[in-house]
Design a protein around this ligand. Structure first.
Ligand code: DQA
Length: 146
């Protein structure tokens, strides 16, 4: 099984960025965390981060035919990006939506998620463990397909 973990804007600043919300571990620690889990579960996993909406759209398009599931923390683009929603709809790859925090219990503008309109399920509010929950769920649900 092959999972693409895709991270949106400002997640490269983990550790520095509002540590009271996002924690004090940096982005390299997040990469290691998900790669270690992939090793443990015996799956292929690619992880990317971009601050640019179009780059995220390109990554989703490039995943077509190559990836069994996408674990997506679109960060601020979650709340704004019709382009990311349309790319996800086009490729029809199962999507697990991820957030470190619980966006719906924060500011009103974080209550809307375009990603949730196509996501299989949302995993939020558990820091790095939101990613682990999403990856385990994807492996359980899509890892056994021929
Ligand atoms: C986030 C929540 C978003 O509202 C925010 O814009 C982010 C990170 C999270 O992981 O909690 O950048 O997706």
């Amino acid at each position: 099984m092959n999972i693409l973990v895709l991270n949106g804007p400002n997640l490269n600043l983990l550790g520095l960025r509002e540590p009271e919300l996002y924690g004090d571990r940096n982005y390299a620690a997040l990469e290691k965390f998900v790669r270690d889990l992939a090793g443990e579960l015996g799956i292929e996993l690619e992880i990317h981060q971009s601050n640019h909406e179009g780059v995220l759209v390109d990554k989703i398009q490039a995943a077509y035919g190559k990836v069994d599931a996408i674990v997506l923390n679109a960060a601020a683009y979650t709340h704004t990006s019709v382009a990311i929603l349309d790319a996800l709809k086009a490729v029809k790859i199962p999507v697990m939506e991820v957030h470190l925090t619980e966006p719906k219990s924060r500011e009103d503008f974080r209550r809307r998620s375009f990603v949730e309109l196509v996501a299989e399920k949302t995993f939020s509010g558990r820091g790095f463990d939101s990613y682990a929950d999403a990856i385990r769920y994807a492996v359980e649900k899509y890892g056994k397909r021929a």
